[in-house]
Design a protein around this ligand. Sequence first.
Ligand SMILES: Nc1ncnc2c1ncn2[C@@H]1O[C@H](COP(=O)(O)OP(=O)(O)OP(=O)(O)O)[C@@H](O)[C@H]1O
Ligand SMILES: [Mg+2]
Length: 180
Amino acid sequence: VIWLTGLSGSGKSTIAMEVEQYLFRRGFEVYVLDGDNLRHGLNKDLGFSPKDRAENIRRAGEVAHLFAQAGMIVITSFISPYRADRDKVRAMGPERFHEVYVEADVDTCIKRDPKGLYARAIKGEIPEFTGISAPYEAPNDPELLINTAKRDLGSCVETLLEHIGENFLDGGLSLRRAAG
Ligand SMILES: Nc1ncnc2c1ncn2[C@@H]1O[C@H](COP(=O)(O)OP(=O)(O)OP(=O)(O)O)[C@@H](O)[C@H]1O
Ligand SMILES: [Mg+2]
């Protein structure tokens, strides 16, 4: 399980989708579990209180580990703001869990605001919004850190692919920069 954590707009979904496509095209069994998708279905009964966020992440973690046990490369993209919740997911299967901190400072995320959520949160229209009115607890010791404010998307994707190749795939991945 490659567990991406970071602020809204830090780039979790964007990186996860690019990496998924790359691996899929090369014949690997890979699956992305995305916070937005789970919140439409499996977790649609949950809100954004600390208790509901914990349950959101617990269920996501259980599902992620099930897919991984079935032999798939699982990449997850959840804000997962609480350290304790992420640690519990790790404890479900520590030997196959890597935490990846997708880091971007909140000002960068506010500037990107791909879903317009920060604008609404700043106006007070969304309560308990991570980075604005709810906390984000950065990982203390992630297996990988990717700073998306300092590097372009292609370089971030490559870094994650290399990490997956070294840690999750027998024989690694021989990365060739995509020509265009
Ligand atoms: N180096 C980079 N890596 C990833 N995304 C980047 C990078 N530079 C700019 N971006 C842009 O930042 C935005 C990130 O949005 P994205 O939806 O991936 O964030 P997210 O972390 O999944 O947020 P959420 O938690 O709300 O789902 C996209 O518009 C993407 O194009
Ligand atoms: Mg996302």
